[in-house]
Design a protein around this ligand. Structure first.
Ligand SMILES: Cc1cc2nc3c(=O)[nH]c(=O)nc-3n(C[C@H](O)[C@H](O)[C@H](O)COP(=O)(O)O)c2cc1C
Length: 195
């Protein structure tokens, strides 16, 4: 995993970005890759790249030794202060591969972890995916940062050839999401930040 660092890091805040799409030209991956470029001072941002390698979740395998990719996911989650998700909607719900990742976090991984999600669908779409994501995050007792959950519509033509977004308004709104996450981490009660 590559951590994208900004300057002035004494105790950097770590933020893991997780995309729900496996598609090479994914607009959700573009949003998260763009967020990587906006790492505020004092933060380390990283894009999770292991989604395709995760085995189908099977409770029989949720024991030591875990499958290596599942162990790696949980280690990354344990080492991060917060998680930012962005996912498309498939068939009115979450993409199966992304739900599979979330299933691997039921036993361990997102409990009390500060999380937020960005909905990039135009016209208030993908509500089924985000309602389901919210339900799962509630089930695993994640700490949903309401002020950092955003609807940032991204049209296909907003994506540059290198898979990044240059639209000034989208960049501004991504900066606001990152700021809200960091503010939430910084204002957590002492001892809550254990990584
Ligand atoms: C199998 C499949 C099912 C889809 N189902 C829905 C859906 O139920 N609702 C919706 O708004 N879009 C649906 N879409 C469209 C995707 O959510 C949309 O194209 C999204 O922007 C793709 O994200 P990506 O560019 O990050 O891969 C579906 C796409 C696929 C491939």
């Amino acid at each position: 995993v590559l951590w994208f660092a900004a300057a002035n890091m004494s105790q950097p805040i770590k933020l893991l970005l997780i995309c729900g799409s496996l598609r090479a030209g994914s607009s959700h991956a573009a949003v998260l890759n763009t967020a990587l470029q906006l790492a505020p001072a004092g933060t380390l941002l990283s894009l999770y790249t292991g989604l395709a390698e995760l085995p189908h979740f099977n409770p029989d395998d949720d024991r030591q030794p875990l499958p290596p990719s599942a162990a790696s996911l949980r280690a990354l989650l344990a080492a991060t202060d917060a998680v930012l998700f962005s996912t498309p909607e498939y068939a009115g719900s979450l993409p199966g591969s992304f739900k599979n990742l979330l299933d691997w976090t039921v036993g361990e991984g997102l409990y009390r972890k500060p999380v937020a999600f960005i909905n990039t669908a135009p016209n208030g779409g993908a509500q089924g995916a985000h309602d389901t994501l919210r339900k799962v995050l509630g089930y695993v007792s994640a700490d949903v940062i309401e002020g950092a959950c955003a609807h940032i519509p991204v049209r296909r033509d907003a994506l540059g050839p290198e898979g990044l977004i240059h639209d000034a308004e989208i960049l501004e709104r991504l900066r606001a999401v990152l700021s809200a996450i960091i503010e939430h981490i910084r204002t957590q009660p002492a001892g809550e930040r254990d990584v």
